[in-house]
Write a protein that binds this ligand. Structure first.
Ligand SMILES: [Zn+2]
Length: 323
């Protein structure tokens, strides 16, 4: 699976690169037709590479001096070409290929190592292929409708004020995300936008080039169980343990055994120790968390997570009523 993904990313890159080269060829032909002197200059520029190669094969004491001469010749030819293009109303770099990734020129490699653009693309694909799939794409900060947060809490505070604060905090969190960023516990009843906001953070963080994994608590637990009972899971659990940001959705809906509880503790603890950030959403109240999870899990959640308590009325219900 992973291999297939890598091949597909590489072949998309190859296509991009070929398109850029073909467009450059087309522009070169266009400018050579318009500026007769260019043809000869381009031929001379193209001859430098093979001549340099031949020089290397010959070797000899004067190699360095002669190769330097060739570099200077190349530079002068390129200057001449750019001046001609400019004099004829073209941008100086008009016939150069425009690659999307300036780091690897769309080859996918910097030296022998995969380019960061390949890693970013792989992380992005994994994110959108995660448990929540396509639904994640639409859940951004821009698509969040604050009008649904209205009224006051039981203690008389404005729901809109509290939620505006939370959203601003989360935007800031996402934009400044780095290794060792805080862990977040988003707590509150269903339909208050926890999943939407967590997913919106995921979008921003992934576009900053971090590896983000979004999965429901149940599917995470399932993966650990599958691994334990040797059913040969396809992906294993390393994507949950090692990603830069893990978003665990809906903690509390999963079925727990003593094994899953210790797997959960192991996962949360491993991520804390390694400075990897986790966002957990849950419909449980603090009291219910204390009741459902063992003390060692609760103490991690209390001590290592910033809790954001969501308030308001179930957005899905408000939408229905307004229809
Ligand atoms: Zn690249």
């Amino acid at each position: 699976m992973e291999n297939k993904e890598r091949l597909s990313i590489q072949s998309e890159l190859n296509e991009k690169r070929l398109r850029a080269l073909a467009e450059a060829d087309r522009r070169q032909a266009e400018t050579e037709a318009a500026i007769p002197a260019l043809g000869n200059i381009n031929r001379l520029i193209r001859s430098v590479g093979p001549r340099l190669l031949a020089l290397g094969i010959q070797g000899g004491d004067d190699y360095e001096a002669r190769s330097k001469e060739l570099y200077l010749e190349h530079e002068a030819l390129v200057d001449e070409k750019m001046a001609l293009l400019k004099a004829n109303g073209y941008p100086e770099d008009y016939d150069l290929p425009v690659f999307e990734c300036k780091e690897c020129n769309d080859t996918g490699f910097v030296g022998p190592m995969p380019c960061s653009c390949v890693k970013r693309e792989r992380a992005k694909r994994a994110y959108y292929n995660s448990g929540l799939g396509k639904a994640l794409e639409k859940q951004t900060f821009e698509s969040l409708d604050m009008r649904y947060y209205s009224g006051t809490t039981a203690k008389g505070f404005s729901v809109k004020d509290i939620m505006t604060n939370h959203v601003e905090y989360c935007k800031d969190y996402a934009e400044n995300f780095c290794r060792g960023a805080d862990n977040l516990l988003m707590i509150g009843g269903s339909g208050l936008g926890k999943t939407h906001i967590a997913s919106a953070i995921g979008h921003v963080v992934i576009n900053k080039g971090f590896e983000v994994v979004y999965e429901s608590a149940q599917r995470i637990i399932d993966a650990f169980e599958t691994e334990r009972f040797g059913k040969g899971s396809e992906e294993g659990t390393s994507r949950f343990t090692d990603c830069d940001l893990l978003i665990m959705d809906d903690l509390g809906t999963e079925f727990n055994t003593s094994f899953t509880l210790s797997a959960l503790f192991g996962l949360l603890n491993h991520r804390i120790i390694n400075g990897l950030s986790t966002i957990i959403t849950t419909n449980l109240s603090f009291a219910e968390i204390e009741e459902k999870y063992k003390e060692r899990i609760c103490s991690r959640l209390r001590g290592e997570y910033n809790a954001l308590v969501f308030c308001g009325r179930d957005i899905r219900r408000v939408k229905k009523e307004n229809r």
